[in-house]
Ligand binder design. Structure first.
Ligand SMILES: [Mg+2]
Ligand SMILES: [Zn+2]
Length: 216
């Protein structure tokens, strides 16, 4: 029998705060918010917004941005235990994130989670100060997101009996209804309420672990 698969969002889910967002607000060069108004008016996608925001990061300040990310990031409790349970029971786990590898990788490593697999976006930073979002080739984009988490759930569904997805926000909107079991908090939970999707509310990974144990 195939095992249960687990897909987890990073910003605002693994971490209590949205770190990508915090970095952009703290380090973004003038113009980083050029698309904000359009986005809120529904005239720009998260993908367009993110490409614009990353292009306004100072590529010559990566060390500072990484240090800020490590200072700011608090990992929700219970993730290590969830991962250990998954390893013990042969459950595949993946982080699927629209975040950027430089801070995601640093945060996982600093929190004893180096062995947690992830797929995410990258940034091409130049020492002259420029910055550009890079969407790796094996990542599928969709109409809204640079990284479409639906594709990650479908991929996981091929190797698992069913898939639990845990997320918190806008970049999880298309993936939410694709998961067999949805764990949601914050704006994703509000969206699930509004759309009538079944979901399990969570505040930390002890809640997610309880849902996993029920599902295996
Ligand atoms: Mg998130
Ligand atoms: Zn999508």
């Amino acid at each position: 029998m195939k095992p249960l698969g687990i897909v987890i969002d990073f910003d605002g889910t693994v971490t209590e705060r949205d770190i990508g967002d915090a970095i952009v607000k703290r380090f973004g060069l003038p113009g980083w918010d050029a698309l904000e108004a359009k986005f809120h008016a529904g005239e720009a996608t998260i993908r367009q917004l993110w490409i614009q925001e990353i292009s306004r990061l100072p590529g010559d300040r990566v060390a500072e941005m990484t240090a800020f990310a490590l200072e700011t990031a608090k990992v929700r409790p219970g993730l290590r235990e969830l991962l250990d349970y998954a390893l013990e029971h042969g459950l595949p786990v993946e982080i699927a994130s629209n975040g950027i590898e430089f801070y995601l990788n640093a945060i996982l490593a600093a929190n004893g989670l180096k062995d947690l697999q992830y797929v995410c976006l990258k940034a091409d930073f130049s020492p002259e100060g420029s910055s550009q979002l890079v969407i790796p080739e094996d990542i599928v984009s969709c109409a809204r997101n640079a990284m479409c988490k639906c594709a990650r759930i479908w991929r996981m569904q091929r190797m698992a009996s069913h898939v639990l997805f845990a997320g918190d926000g806008m970049s999880d909107a298309c993936a939410g209804p694709e998961a067999d079991i949805l764990a949601a908090r914050s704006s994703l939970a509000r969206m699930a309420e509004a759309k009538g999707w079944a979901y399990i509310p969570f505040e930390d990974f002890w809640d997610v672990l309880a849902a996993v144990k029920k599902a295996v």
